[in-house]
Design a protein around this ligand. Structure first.
Ligand SMILES: NC(=O)c1ccc[n+]([C@@H]2O[C@H](COP(=O)([O-])OP(=O)(O)OC[C@H]3O[C@@H](n4cnc5c(N)ncnc54)[C@H](O)[C@@H]3O)[C@@H](O)[C@H]2O)c1
Ligand SMILES: O=P(O)(O)OC[C@@H](O)[C@@H](O)[C@H](O)[C@H](O)CO
Length: 482
């Protein structure tokens, strides 16, 4: 039997939250937080989930009446934590691609107060071709502008009907960026200036930073899980117990969003920048830089990587010797955070596949690792060897082969085509290898600069790449280890 309201009671809450995105992260993080506030702080808020792109899980979510099971497993303060619960704050899902009218109708709900999103780093972007008349607009900000315009019109510009936006996308100043794009649409669509004023005066866009490792759907443990639960659940999701949400916004947001009443790790701060930089550079930077090295070494998961004598040391040294020295918080604070991240990577209950982190590795390397390389060179006057080696490994990773086995690459089509055409003609000569490196490093669309301009980088990467190809990762890694 599938999980649905016939076998699990579904609480009835007014729909006060719109959530763009039905992915694993939001279901394991925001929805749990809302569920907890409903249970413990009388938050009394239901979530309507919007599917932001054509393909998604909304149909499955509706088949389960918005219900799904969340597993939290890990070690906290030295204690094993393992719990699961059915999250019941999602009232329904809407697919704007099949039901645009119902989507726009949401704007007319007077109870609506919050808009939360996680549309990945690709979601908050200006798609100039979006039009108000589209059903739906391609982009998330385009869809949102259309919904806001309907709300503004329906309530005749009533300022008490404005919304609080808390985006969770892992981009810098996510709230500011979302607002900027919405205001751009008002201009492009030539909408009235009073609407623009209403957006600015009646709505609040908070910047926020999220942190929780959510490997997602536990495909390999499903039978065991279904046996334990006594029902089937196509949306079961697994995550670590650790969570942190840092929100930058005015005080009234804190009073309307009563997370402090339920003891959750949510901070309201004046500036999220230091938290964001610390998390993205250390945790995400370690993830992204370990993937090509550990995977080519023959390792498949984060935990195996961190526990391996050689690769684990590579990752830890990278964090402590090459990432932390580029950050501005105190050494104690940074080292304490780094140690807790390493413990989280060791979580014995979570299987975090390196290949899932490898998705869109090139853009992730640019935002999560490259700033450490550049800042290290700026501060120390030399290249950080391990991070440089990781970039060489990433170029090798895009050959699409590990010990004779195909690697299924998943990245922007243009990037994959470029790699395919470069590696196809590679004949083993060192000149050609240098050409491959120089061509990849010159891709300003990815790096936002020509990386060949970074002193010594092209040659260092060519040398490392040659070694990885000739000796294999197991031997080549020692070149930057001791
Ligand atoms: N999984 C984690 O551990 C974790 C932790 C913190 C942050 N995050 C961030 O959350 C994001 C989502 O992760 P997830 O694990 O939920 O992934 P997921 O694949 O389960 O969900 C992705 C969601 O993003 C939407 N989406 C994808 N491309 C989009 C686009 N171009 N425009 C609009 N929407 C788009 C999808 O519809 C879906 O709702 C990632 O970008 C990740 O960086 C993930
Ligand atoms: O989710 P991604 O694919 O953007 O990045 C992979 C991981 O680095 C990421 O999910 C972390 O686990 C997460 O950011 C921890 O809060």
């Amino acid at each position: 039997m599938k999980l649905c309201k016939d076998i699990h009671q579904h609480s009835k809450y007014p729909e006060r939250i719109l959530q763009f995105g039905e992915g694993n992260f939001l279901r394991a993080f925001v929805d749990l937080i809302v569920h907890t506030m409903n249970e413990e702080a009388d938050f009394n808020s239901g979530i309507v989930v919007i599917q932001p792109i054509q393909n998604g899980l909304i149909e499955i979510l509706n088949l389960q009446d918005g219900l799904y099971t969340l597993y939290l497993k890990g070690i906290q303060d030295g204690q094993v934590t393992s719990e699961h619960k059915v999250i019941d704050c999602v009232t329904r899902g809407i697919n704007p691609y099949t039901d645009y009218d119902q989507y726009l109708k949401l704007a007319e709900n007077p109870d609506l107060r919050f808009v939360i999103s996680n549309t990945t780093e690709a979601g908050i972007f200006l798609h100039k071709k979006d039009r108000l008349e589209d059903r739906p607009q391609v982009s998330f900000p385009g869809k949102l502008t259309a919904l806001l315009y309907r709300r503004y019109k329906f309530f005749n510009g009533d300022k008490s009907k404005g919304l609080i936006f808390i985006p969770c996308e892992l981009i810098e100043k996510n709230g500011d960026k979302l607002k900027e794009i919405i205001l751009k649409f008002v201009e492009l669509w030539e909408l009235e200036s009073e609407f623009l004023q209403w957006i600015i005066e009646a709505n609040i866009f908070c910047n926020s930073l999220v942190d929780r490792i959510v490997p997602g759907y536990p495909r390999e443990r499903l039978e065991e899980i279904y046996r334990e639960l006594g029902y089937e659940d196509d949306l079961v999701v697994e995550a670590e117990p650790f969570h942190l949400w840092v929100i930058e916004g005015p005080d009234f947001v804190k009073s309307e969003f009563p997370v402090d009443k339920v003891g959750l790790n949510v901070l309201f701060v004046d500036d999220i920048t230091p938290y964001r930089t610390r998390k993205v550079r250390i945790l995400n930077g370690a993830h992204t830089s370990m993937v090509p090295v550990a995977y080519l070494y023959g390792i498949d998961t984060v935990r195996e990587a961190i526990e391996d004598e050689v690769v684990g040391k590579f990752v830890k040294d990278t964090i402590f010797e090459e990432i932390i020295p580029t950050l501005d918080l105190t050494k104690e604070e940074l080292e304490a955070f780094a140690n807790s991240v390493i413990d989280r990577f060791k979580n014995p209950f979570i299987k975090h596949d390196l290949m899932s982190i490898a998705l869109n590795s090139m853009s992730k390397f640019e935002t999560r690792v490259l700033p450490s390389i550049l800042e290290y060179q700026n501060r120390e006057g030399k290249l950080p060897l391990k991070l440089t080696f990781s970039l060489a490994a990433l170029i090798n990773f895009h050959r699409g082969e590990r010990n004779g086995e195909k690697i299924v690459l998943s990245d922007d089509a243009a990037i994959l085509e470029q790699y395919a055409s470069l590696w196809k003609v590679h004949d083993g000569s060192s000149e050609q290898l240098k050409t491959i490196v120089a061509t990849i490093l010159s891709n300003e669309k990815v790096w936002k600069m020509d990386l060949n301009q970074v002193s010594g980088l092209t040659d260092a990467i060519t040398t490392y790449l040659t070694n990885i190809l000739e000796l294999g990762m197991k031997k080549a890694i020692f070149q930057v280890m001791y």
